[in-house]
Design a protein around this ligand. Structure first.
Ligand SMILES: NC(=O)c1ccc[n+]([C@@H]2O[C@H](COP(=O)([O-])OP(=O)(O)OC[C@H]3O[C@@H](n4cnc5c(N)ncnc54)[C@H](OP(=O)(O)O)[C@@H]3O)[C@@H](O)[C@H]2O)c1
Length: 321
């Protein structure tokens, strides 16, 4: 019998028409590798559903905690790390998360994610976001065909122009693929503060469904510019680099959580950094990367309980500024 949370997730997918039929999916259970038995990680839900935010252009709800593949999913298909990812991704979906972001230029991450989604039977539960990252139309077409093959899916949920690369051509192509029903949403990404002004400009002129941008306790600039503008324009926001690519953890190695962390339901720095990101009202979901199942379970806990007040968000940015 499905759990109530699983039922709600499935029911809301059906209600919103989220589930695209995947090209290839099977329900084979992942077997632990003899080389590295994957210890089962306890359900991180604590009985509560993940907080959701709606996509302004459609009203479709998305869980606020998602995942990314950069670095963490760039592993060999026959490696112990790949076996470990089977448990990590199980924790992700069983915990109620759905949004996964990847890109054709993260070496073999698409191949790894495609295999994990197909083998685990997760494709229908996944809001799959990827990118166009090429310089001309011919290269984009070849890349899209490779993306479909590697991700083992005909259609994706969100197709984004990576770092505004070859924007005019890429945006036209993304619009065509959306019109053909091969992606439900289209968007624009950047990951550096130097990209915020051109991203803001492109958001105003192109009117994407989504933007994706860096936003973290030590890089909060988007919170004052891009995020309010996205909210005003009805554009959904994915947040990348909420851990500054992992560097924030080195900074807090010997630092206790603030005394008020308990009140916010926060028990780790990872949860604190993610809660900071989702506490901005413009943010639809944050997409942290991790290879580890225990870290995945921890990250999901940030999607439950109260958000941080503006005063506490300001305290964090002052601490890391
Ligand atoms: N231009 C773009 O469009 C763009 C640019 C950058 C990123 N992105 C997207 O955003 C996603 C997230 O960004 P990101 O991967 O650059 O960085 P991130 O999420 O800020 O950090 C990920 C790193 O943090 C480490 N980590 C996670 N939890 C940890 C913990 N509890 N303790 C210590 N280390 C921990 C991970 O290592 P482990 O795997 O070992 O846990 C990984 O190396 C990417 O995967 C990608 O999908 C997009």
């Amino acid at each position: 019998m499905p759990s109530r949370r699983r039922f709600l997730t499935t029911a809301s997918l059906a209600a919103t028409g989220l589930a695209f039929a995947p090209m290839a999916a099977c329900s084979r259970e992942a077997a632990p590798s003899p080389a590295m038995p994957a210890p089962a990680v306890a359900d991180a839900s604590d009985g509560a559903a993940l907080r959701t935010r709606t996509i302004p252009s459609s009203g479709e709800p998305l869980p606020v905690i998602g995942g990314g593949t950069s670095g963490s999913y760039e592993v060999a298909l026959d490696s112990p790390e790949f076996e470990g990812l089977k448990e990590t991704i199980r924790v992700f979906f069983d915990g109620g998360a759905t949004v996964f972001d990847t890109s054709p230029n993260y070496t073999n991450a698409d191949e790894v994610l495609g295999a994990l989604l197909a083998d685990g039977g997760f494709r229908e539960r996944c809001f799959l976001a990827t990118k166009i990252a090429a310089d001309d139309r011919a290269a984009m077409e070849a890349q899209w065909a490779r993306t479909q093959r590697r991700l083992r899916t005909e259609r994706v949920d969100l197709l984004q122009v990576h770092n505004l690369r070859a924007l005019d051509v890429a945006w036209g192509y993304a619009q065509e693929l959306k019109a053909q029903g091969l992606t439900r949403y289209i968007g624009l990404t950047h990951y550096l503060e130097s990209g915020h002004a051109p991203l803001l400009q492109a958001m105003r002129t192109r009117k994407p469904d989504f933007i994706q941008v860096n936003y973290s306790v030590n890089a909060p600039q988007a919170g004052r510019t891009l995020l309010p503008a996205a909210q005003d324009q009805g554009v959904a926001v994915l947040v990348n680099r909420a851990f500054d690519d992992g560097r924030l953890f080195a900074q807090v190695r010997d630092t206790p959580l603030p005394g008020w962390a308990d009140d916010a339901g926060v028990t780790s720095w990872a949860q604190m950094f993610l809660k900071f990101a989702i506490s901005h009202p413009a943010v639809t979901a944050v997409i942290p990367a991790t290879r580890r199942a225990d870290r995945q379970a921890d990250q999901l806990r940030a999607g439950r309980g109260p958000l941080l007040s503006e005063a506490r968000q300001a305290e964090l940015t002052a601490m890391f500024g």
